[in-house]
Design a protein around this ligand. Structure first.
Ligand SMILES: Nc1ncnc2c1ncn2[C@@H]1O[C@H](COP(=O)(O)OP(=O)(O)O)[C@@H](O)[C@H]1O
Ligand SMILES: [Mg+2]
Length: 253
């Protein structure tokens, strides 16, 4: 692989008695789409927030384009687009005003705001109050804001959790378009195996703060042929089967 865009080495993070992240390594290249797949409480948010520079690891090393957060905060902030597990907007602004507000932080012009509005398919909501958007529309707006400055790296924490299947597919189609049109690297966390399968070139399965398995979808599904998974009916083998064989639990339990 070329020089990694993101390099995480042996990071650990505890909260009092909870060891949220217990020795994780990641190497992510330019244009790579990576899923951190794991059930609730696996440590996904803690991990991405450390990469985002929002939380500090207790030990280990994080480098983004070869740089640590310490001393490079301003530079790195500009390279990363992010959307948190929950996004809070100012309810009394319209969609367009919200985009212009965030664009002003980066001195981004109206043309780029229009482009992004088109990408997130919210042109018809340009004058709508943010308070009146549906869950899927809010998530698309959050994604659009993260994309305003053409970030080299996009970090999305559970971008489709709680959305209905249609709204989920709309987010997927935006991300697939982005993948086609840009060289942005993406890390997304999810507990939906379909999301990891549809969007990502590389899947990292996490549980209890550790990586259980990682690889391409075909690597991971290939591996399961060798495992004694009990199946009532012949059917398509899924990442959930792999997770069950590794942990004895379903991904979404
Ligand atoms: N600020 C915090 N204080 C105490 N415990 C936390 C905190 N943040 C996360 N945890 C705990 O760390 C573990 C991992 O949490 P999290 O990273 O949010 O997992 P995920 O995003 O995969 O659901 C959980 O057991 C959670 O309760
Ligand atoms: Mg989380």
């Amino acid at each position: 692989m070329n020089d990694p865009i993101i390099e995480v080495r042996n990071i650990h993070k505890s909260f009092k008695t909870v060891q949220a992240v217990r020795g994780i390594d990641l190497h992510i290249g330019a244009g790579q789409f990576v899923a951190l797949l794991g059930p609730n409480g696996a440590g996904k948010t803690t991990l991405v927030e450390m990469i985002e520079g929002i939380q500090q690891p207790d030990s280990g090393d994080i480098r983004i384009l070869g740089k640590t957060w310490k001393g490079n905060e301003k530079y790195l902030r500009y390279l990363i687009g992010l959307s948190l597990q929950e996004t809070y907007f100012i309810e009394k602004l319209t969609v367009w005003e919200t985009m212009r507000l965030f664009a002003s932080f980066f001195a981004i012009g109206k043309a780029r705001c229009g482009e992004v509005l088109n990408l997130i398919a919210l042109e018809d909501k340009r004058r709508a109050w943010v308070v009146n958007l549906s869950g899927g529309q809010r998530q698309r707006l959050a994604l659009g804001i993260a994309l305003l400055n053409n970030p080299k790296i996009l970090l999305l924490d559970e971008p489709t959790t709680g959305l209905d299947p249609n709204a989920r597919r709309e987010i997927w189609s935006i991300l697939l378009k982005l993948k086609e049109q840009s060289n942005t690297s993406l890390i997304l966390t999810t507990h939906y195996m379909e999301e990891a399968e549809q969007l990502c070139d590389y899947i990292v399965i996490i549980d209890h703060g550790k990586i259980l398995k990682e690889g391409t979808l075909s690597d991971l599904l290939g591996e399961i042929q060798d495992l004694p998974v009990k199946q009532a009916l012949p059917r398509k083998i899924t990442l959930d089967d792999l997770f069950i064989s590794l942990t004895g639990r379903h991904l979404n339990d």
